[in-house]
Design a protein around this ligand. Structure first.
Ligand code: AGP
Length: 613
């Protein structure tokens, strides 16, 4: 996730761009850059420097030219290519007369790059983005205008983009377009603006328009025209803005957590983008670990903490089922102080949203010391774990600000399951058709998560009936067990309520003694292979007076009949079901936290990144 901003018709564009980039830093800050048209040429400055990128860019642009011409700026959250200055946006073409910024992922960048290189273009970065600049260059060399050239090129792209392009040949014009990532446009008093998000515009205008997928906008000073990618004129949709800047950073949501919960369909979709080759085979290019190294492994060890540990537990079921490799999952702080048995044929996977959690980092270091191949699954590009490991697989959830992990959890489950499918392909433990089938189900998950999110009012109704409850059990079996653990953790950390996550079959071996009238039992009763046994476990606790909240698949009246309250979810492949099932549990914890008067973004005693033992 990156942030983009642009303006035309403003005399002093660079301070406006820098201010906007500061507002967009929550979308990433691996590097930052600006480009503008001045004196018939493109002037560009870029800085790579982690949290200081925009500040460094401020120093670099101190002597930037003024004018009313087109100017664009970008703050980057790296996906393709490490966070260096060469990979920082804006990218230019071979002539240096065109500059372009992009948020999103171009899935067919490899084939387009090969085509460009074969026809003599020299690409200066490792990014997927740069191909667009050279493709537009080629169209303009053939006589096309900047809008027409951009329109033609966008028609060739697979993946997601919000993009803005300027050219020294059309000095006042910015051409912008989007597909699957947001872009907003603004008009004010002779100047026209664009940005990834409203906070970057709000200090300059209240006249804000949203661009829909596959629409293209041409911005000139004080004017805006919008067409479809086919060139059909479109009336831009104006949005009424009543927010102040702080509210706008939360996108109009009450807090970051609810915003991040709503961003989950995009996090899931982005984590899946660009994972298949032309022949449909899975490719995990960024991983750095070669096929030969992975073919050799005979055991998988996953180490993690908290919510990341729960994602790892889901992956254990999937990897053992698809790959038939023994897969152990360990809490990182325990792993490093026992004598884990691993060697050079072990793949140790460390899972961490931040990529900085000390316990997980040390567990990975211990695994490396014992000779294992070490892979990091991290949401932060170039995190210390990503750098230290032999390989890395990035979740692409975008920056997560709320202390409670939500969208990164879904992305972690997906990334680990992708790893499982990839190993199955590599080791030949599943036929290609079966792998295709699972991937097809994965691709439907963003819609299913979005569908689940639309039912938030139903979850709120359930939460309202549980406001007085103090004791919760979350029960699950098979992949429902880690979902139960995650539901309980969310309730503890956000609503400060006692909540135990338990494998339902284990309850009768002790904890059932705690069940009494007033205890709330939330049971994951979706139709995995242990569903019938789950219903028996539900009957055991129900008969002891517990209030039953059942997570059930749409239309499953048999399960609903055993419930006092039902949280309905759409069905999917059972091994993927945690991606959908955990969503109402996040919402339940969020709503109970609010009902108890707690701030979900800043739970007491907790920190987003835990760098102590
Ligand atoms: C969960 O909501 C917490 N944020 C916490 O359990 C977290 O998952 C844990 O501290 C691990 O963090 P990491 O993923 O950054 O390593």
């Amino acid at each position: 996730m990156c942030g983009i901003i642009g303006v035309t018709g403003e005399a002093d564009a660079v301070p406006l761009l820098l201010g906007g980039l500061h507002q967009l830093e929550y979308r990433g800050y691996d590097s930052a850059g600006v480009a503008l048209v001045a004196d018939g040429a493109i002037w560009r400055a870029r800085a790579a420097g982690g949290t200081d990128s925009v500040a460094k860019l401020g120093e670099l642009t101190a002597g930037a030219p003024n004018g009313h011409a087109a100017a664009i700026g970008h703050t980057r959250w790296a996906t393709h290519g490490s966070p260096t200055e060469e990979n920082a946006h804006p990218h230019t073409d071979c002539t240096g007369r065109l500059a372009l910024i992009h948020n999103g992922i171009i899935e067919n960048h490899a084939e387009l790059r090969a085509e460009l290189e074969a026809s003599g273009h020299t690409l200066a970065s490792d990014t997927d983005t740069e191909v667009m600049a050279h493709l537009i260059e080629a169209q303009m060399a053939g006589g096309a205008s900047l809008p027409d050239a951009t329109r033609t090129v966008l028609g060739r792209l697979r993946g997601s983009f919000s993009v803005a392009v300027i050219s020294a040949d059309e000095p006042d014009t910015i051409v912008a377009a989007c597909r699957l990532t947001p872009l907003v446009l603004g008009l004010h008093d002779g100047m026209t603006l664009l940005a990834s998000d409203i906070p970057a515009l709000i200090g300059h205008t209240r006249r804000v328009f949203t661009l829909a997928d596959d629409q293209l906008a041409v911005l000139t000073p004080g004017a805006l025209t919008v067409t479809t990618l086919d060139g059909e004129p479109v009336e831009p949709v104006e949005r009424a803005i009543t927010w102040d800047v702080e509210a706008a950073q939360k996108g109009g949501y009450e807090d970051f957590m609810s915003k991040e919960i709503e961003e989950q369909p995009v996090a899931v979709r982005d984590t899946l983008l660009d994972r298949r080759g032309a022949g449909g085979e899975l490719i995990l290019d960024e991983m750095r670990l070669g096929a030969d190294e992975l073919r050799d492994i005979d055991k998988v060890f996953i180490v993690a903490c908290g919510t990341s540990y729960h994602a790892a537990l889901v992956a254990k079921y999937a990897i053992e089922h698809w790959v038939k490799l023994p897969t152990e999952v360990d809490i990182a702080s325990e792993f490093r102080y026992r004598d884990p048995v691993l060697n050079e044929r072990t793949l140790c996977v460390g899972v961490s949203q931040s990529g900085e959690t000390l316990d997980t980092a040390e567990a990975m270091r211990e695994a490396a010391r014992l000779g294992a191949k070490v892979l990091a699954v991290s949401n932060v590009v170039d995190s210390s774990m990503a750098r230290a490991a032999d390989g890395v697989l990035y979740t692409r959830a975008g920056p997560e600000i709320g202390v409670a992990s939500t969208k990164t959890h879904l992305a972690q489950i997906l990334a680990l399951e992708l790893l499982g499918l990839y190993l199955a392909q590599l080791l030949g433990t599943q036929p290609a058709a079966a792998i295709d089938g699972v991937f097809d189900h994965m691709e439907r998950l963003p819609d299913l998560v979005a569908d689940t999110l639309r039912r938030a009012d139903d979850v709120d109704d359930v939460a309202a009936k549980l406001t007085d409850a103090r004791d919760f059990f979350f029960l699950g079996r098979h992949v429902g067990f880690p979902v139960a653990l995650e539901g309980a953790l969310k309730l503890k950390e956000l609503a400060y309520l006692r909540a135990e996550g338990y494998p339902a079959g284990e309850l009768k071996h002790g904890p059932i003694a705690l069940i009494e009238p007033g205890t709330v039992v939330v049971a994951i009763a979706t139709r995995n292979r242990l569903w019938e046994k789950m219903l028996s476990n539900v009957a055991e606790v129900r008969s002891r007076g517990a209030t039953m909240v059942l997570l059930a698949e749409d239309g499953d009246e048999e399960t609903a009949a055993a419930a006092d309250h039902v949280l309905w979810v759409p069905p999917t492949d059972p091994l993927l079901s945690p991606v959908v099932g955990v969503v109402p549990l996040q919402q339940l914890a969020y709503r109970l936290a609010r009902l108890h008067g707690h701030d979900p973004d800043r739970p007491r005693n907790l920190a987003k990144t835990v760098t102590v033992e």
